[in-house]
Design a protein around this ligand. Structure first.
Ligand code: NAD
Length: 296
């Protein structure tokens, strides 16, 4: 079976150039550039890489970006004040608070404090609830990126059986809702599997589309995958590798080498879902600047 690698890096480039054109157009008619702010607390290495990518991507498409950094000792009250200032700043269209936050800060409280009209991560219950009801909302970035990828590669979803493994609020649960919805990319019959699922391998084997969002390197093995399945690997796992300069390599949740010989489409890690996640954040920010979801 011939396999198509879903090239998130290339697709992200294409969408970036579309956004760049739109931003240039906005500027020619006298509108200001969309403005995204990112709040980064502490020095978690993965979070630093993610935020750096997001800020760099903003610059590449002509957005304005602001990075607000604090060390991990910041109090919850101080962070809530930063969120309040961003909510009230008319120059900022959307902002994100990079997770995870230090243990002494209640992530839920911070998420709820973000004005849902500026919640371009789509984590606020208002956006999540609207998404679940099929109303316009900021979609969480990773699921939105997966939808874009399925759409742009013309992968049929209607009537397909999709098995999502992992039920996080930012990936597994929202993508399971989105793919089951009556929509252009949707109309799947969805199974949401997780750590308590029995006979997981059998469940996954029934899937026409597999979405792996678990956080365990090489978790999905070739014998769990149906011939011809579409495999979307969300996982980003650092695996020790002394022979490389960094001392680690990135691996997905799917045993790529072996699974790729059986499936019809597969995302690589890195270069698959990751770049699409960043693009989705830019798309949400553009929507915020154009007041596409919330009019005032
Ligand atoms: P999480 O870490 O919050 O949760 C993991 C999920 O996997 C849980 O719902 C759990 O039920 C399930 N799980 C754990 N062990 C299992 C098992 N043995 N069998 C079945 N299910 C099991 O999930 P997350 O935040 O969605 O992250 C998942 C992975 O995706 C991580 O590697 C993360 O780094 C990566 N991620 C990547 C992107 C991206 O842009 N590519 C974005 C977000 C997360």
């Amino acid at each position: 079976m011939s396999v198509t690698i879903l090239d998130g890096k290339q697709l992200a480039k294409t969408i970036k150039s579309e956004i760049t054109k739109e931003v240039a157009q906005m500027k020619t008619i006298g509108k200001r550039a969309p403005h995204l702010a990112a709040v980064l607390i502490g020095d978690d290495p993965a979070s630093q890489v993610y935020v750096r990518n997001k800020v760099r991507s903003c610059e590449q498409v002509g957005f304005k970006s602001t990075l607000i950094r604090h060390d991990a000792s910041i109090s919850e009250a101080h962070l809530l004040n930063i969120v309040k200032d961003l909510n009230n700043n008319p120059d900022i269209d959307g902002f994100i608070v990079q997770l995870p936050l230090p243990k002494h800060i209640d992530e839920q409280k911070i998420t709820l404090a973000i004005d849902y009209k500026k919640d371009v991560d789509g984590f606020h219950p208002m956006n999540f609830g609207r998404m679940a009801q099929g109303l316009p909302s900021y979609l969480p970035a990773t699921p939105y990126g997966i939808l874009q990828m399925l759409e742009r590669y013309n992968i049929p979803t209607a009537g397909k059986h999709c098995v999502v493994v992992g039920r996080s609020n930012i990936v597994g649960t929202p993508i399971s809702i989105l793919l089951s919805r009556k929509a252009k990319v949707g109309n799947c019959t969805v199974t949401l599997a997780h750590s308590q699922t029995q006979n997981l391998a059998e469940e996954v084997k029934r899937a026409d589309i597999i979405i792996a969002a678990i956080g365990i390197a090489d978790f999905i093995k070739a014998d769990m995958v149906k011939e011809g399945a579409v495999v979307i690997d969300v996982g980003i796992n650092r695996v020790e590798e002394p022979s490389v300069k960094e001392g680690y390599i990135l691996k997905g949740d799917v045993d790529f080498e072996r699974v790729a010989t059986k499936c019809s489409f597969i995302t690589p890690v890195p270069g698959g879902v990751g770049p699409m996640t960043v693009i989705s954040l830019l798309m949400n920010t553009l929507k915020a600047a154009n007041k596409e979801i919330y009019k005032d």
